[in-house]
Ligand binder design. Structure first.
Ligand SMILES: *Cc1c(COP(=O)(O)O)cnc(C)c1O
Length: 433
């Protein structure tokens, strides 16, 4: 029988803003029962205090050098969260024209702290980024470099560029979110980059400004980050002797969190990560860009859901919830583990039994946990799926014509709805029957 992971262990989760108070799970000082009563379920709940704490951890770990923390918008693209982060000096890492529009809507002045990555940038997206005055384009291929030059000429606005190099460094993570090997579609072969920088330097419309590297996501050993930058460093030195003087180095994102390990200490993780990056870039005199996504927001958020049904199928017991894979796809897509807690704290004497916690969507892949030791719950009870703040809401869909969940931000002053629940009318709006 696996270890129970509920009541007794919750006090060991300093990495999260969720804890039991008076036998009810709270986000900071706000009761999740109260939030569910006010806004219904499924409901994403985030802690403002926790997100700002993570941002500060990052900013203070790199305080010794000029740097900008550019939050990766795809991890959680809520306008309210972007606004919050921008107000605390964050910039942004975007991968589409839609994400650019979000940054402009949330915090127009943050455009100058925004970098644009992605292997399929299109002309209208490049045009919008040029006129918004973004910090730089992270260029992923030679043909894209030419496209950016052409659009810059057309707009009469020279484009600041960095080449995203592929360092061919292995980092252990799920294969869908690993990006730093030459077998992946991302980045430019580091050996080809030199010639491409020379080409950019000759163009009137391109300003070689930086160099960037991003080796993947949910990486928990810090050495690969240092190894990737060590390779980039060689190139910077070579460029300098060629007369190409860069001003920015972008170390990408990818620092992981522990979804399972109870002893995870985020401060230690950031310090180890910063030590690698600072050592590898020491003495270069470049402005450092960092692109954390998951690390800033994953553990600040939970998906709150109601148990609809407790169903026994032969030997197997299922808890069927009102949240489904369309609301949180990580378990189905990456076989990801999420801690799940009953909102009402179980008695210490209560024993656990294995259950599958599943959604109502018509797919067998629609599950949040399998064979999980869990205390007895009944229909109507609330569950909190932890560590859902990153790649949760941003990966939702309307599959099964299910409206997306609402989102609430718990703040120092209380809490506020930052996205209302979708209606059927919202879903039908683009259709032309
Ligand atoms: C996804 C992505 C990030 C953020 O990754 P996390 O694992 O969420 O930190 C940063 N930079 C680029 C280029 C990305 O594609």
């Amino acid at each position: 029988m696996p270890r129970p992971e509920t009541a007794a262990l919750i006090s060991k989760y300093p990495a999260r803003p969720f804890s039991y108070r008076r036998r009810t799970l709270h986000c900071d000082r706000t009761s999740l029962t109260a939030l569910a009563a006010e806004h219904g379920t499924p409901l994403y709940v985030y802690s403002e205090r926790h997100i700002l704490g993570r941002l500060r951890l990052f900013q203070s770990a790199f305080a010794a050098v000029p740097h900008t923390v550019c939050f990766a918008v795809k991890a959680n693209s809520s306008l309210a969260l972007l606004k919050l982060l921008a107000a605390h000096r964050a910039g942004f890492d975007i991968v589409s024209g839609g994400e650019l529009a979000r940054v402009l809507r949330a915090a127009r002045p943050a455009a100058k702290r925004t970098v644009f990555a992605g292997v399929g940038k299109q002309a209208p997206e490049i045009d919008a980024a040029l006129s918004a005055g973004i910090l730089l384009f992270n260029v992923e291929s030679d043909s894209e470099l030419d496209l950016i030059a052409a659009r810059a000429q057309r707009a009469g606005i020279p484009a600041r560029i960095a080449l995203r190099v592929n360092p061919d460094v292995f980092a252990s993570t799920h294969p869908y979110i690993s990006t730093g090997l030459s077998a992946h579609k991302f980045g430019i072969d580091i050996l080809a980059a030199l010639a491409l920088y020379r080409r950019a330097a000759r163009s009137r419309w391109l300003i070689p400004t930086g160099i960037s590297v991003h080796i993947g996501s949910q990486i928990r050993e810090v050495e690969p980050f240092g190894a990737a930058l060590a390779r980039v460093r060689e190139l910077i030195v070579q460029l300098k002797s060629d007369g190409v003087n860069l001003t920015h180095i972008d170390a990408g994102g990818g620092l992981g969190v522990e979804y399972e390990d109870l002893a995870f200490d985020p401060a230690t993780a950031v310090r180890g990560y910063a030590a690698q990056i600072l050592a590898a870039t020491e003495g270069l005199g470049l402005h450092l860009l960092l692109e954390p996504g998951r690390f800033l927001v994953a553990q600040a958020g939970a998906l709150l859901t109601t148990v609809l049904n407790v169903k026994q199928n032969g030997a197997k017991k299922f808890l069927i919830t009102d949240a489904g894979m369309n609301d949180l796809i990580r378990p189905a897509l990456y076989q990801a583990h999420h801690q799940i807690l009953p909102v009402k704290q179980p008695a210490a004497t209560q024993s656990n039994a294995p259950v599958d916690i599943v959604g109502p969507v018509c797919e067998s892949g629609d599950f949040f946990a399998r064979d999980r030791a869990f205390p007895a719950v009944k229909a109507g009870d609330l569950l909190a799926i932890l560590d859902a703040g990153a790649y949760g809401m941003s990966l939702t869909s309307n599959y099964n014509t299910r409206p997306r969940p609402a989102e609430v931000l718990v703040t120092g002053a209380g809490h506020r709805l930052i996205r209302r629940r979708e209606t059927h009318k919202d879903l039908f709006a683009p259709e032309l029957p």
